[in-house]
Ligand binder design. Sequence first.
Ligand SMILES: [Zn+2]
Length: 469
Amino acid sequence: MKIQFYNSLTGKKEEFVPLVAKEAKIYCCGVTVYDLCHLGHARGAINFDVLRAFLKAEGYKVTFVKNYTDIDDKIIARAQESGQPWAALTEAMIEAHDQDMAALGVFPPDIAPKATQHIAEIIHMISDLLAKGFAYAAGGDIFFRVRSFLEYGKLSGKNLDDLISGSRVEVNEVKEDALDFALWKKAKPGEPSWQSPFGEGRPGWHIECSAMAKKYLGTHFDLHLGGSDLIFPHHENEIAQSECCHQEAFVNYWLHNGMVKIDAHKMSKSLGNFFTIRELLEKYHPELIRYFVLSSQYRAAVNFSEEAVERGLEGLDRLYGALFKVEGETGSKPGRLGPQSDVAKAYHQRFMEALADDLNTPMALAVLFEIAKDLNKGELGAEGYWLLHDLSRILGLLEDQPAHWFKSERIKTLKTGDLSNTQIEELIAQRLAARLSKNWAQADQLRDQLSNAGILLIDRDGTTQWQRK
Ligand SMILES: [Zn+2]
């Protein structure tokens, strides 16, 4: 079957031709582990989980690498704010990430490297770039010389001169050129650091991914995945480092998933419209979250609203209902049967073709509904049952027992309007921080916000307790 992906590098849909027949080597940028994962992380993870399952179903041998960025400015800042050691913070967030992904039914990566366990590989790559003249030392840091890579900007379509006039370039007096970015950052007091031939310090974010991808997938591999917010500068910089270091193409296909908006606004902590995966799972069955994500093609912009997630219940009930019609309360499955009839074979073909067309999950879901409709009419029988069952599993749906699904609480009603326990505690922590910095207006505003949501605060001995009114 001809598989096509939209390749951000060429700006068009292209046939996927792996470097080695029937093998797919994939690197996916993982999370920076300083906080809990949110809905945006869930979207990328679920889409790319389906990509991987689809390639496997098509008979590919898949190697899927997804890293943890466990050293970064944000991690250091968060550890300092919260007064905990940075390694304890990253360890806790990695564990939370893994739990969240498992709860969403995301298959774990084949390899999940941590940046801090690859310092030797990172140093080796920086040394190589220095030796080849693509990097230089200045003020104790090592920078990548962006103008030495003539193809810089080929992924994002950015032009170097536009970048300079734009405000996205960090001003730093020691750099040869404002565009240059750090490969190695000199140690600062109180920050984690490692020994290196360039002095004590820590790696920059971009070089970590280049070095880990090289170690596990080689210098040239098939697919690189990530959110569209990573195209510039992160992925642009990964290409520059890797291609200068190895003097060959780095990645053949770059796939980027679109962003999630909340009720038509950009999702951000400061706007207070930020949902962690945990908060969503407090309210929704994980398959409702998967269904919501897969109802849009991975590149499209998606608008999250509670109504949109809740609308998915009708769809999932319909699919489970078709399996239930065959199984009944006893849950007795018919004998396993592959697609035999021309009708069943055509459904199978259309489902796989939908995913082969740049992972068109809404189209694939539409095929499942057609199968369910036939099953409900008493057509297709056992082959239809297994077809619906097996194809849904590629999307990570219908994993529950149908009889159990209908008895479970798929949408939990939280006791208080809009706020989950996690959100309440987050707001209380923000109020405490506002009080400590004597920002009384903000502290009062947060108290009012909680009060309007039916939460009563009790301040006692420097701590705040809460109860639902
Ligand atoms: Zn990365």
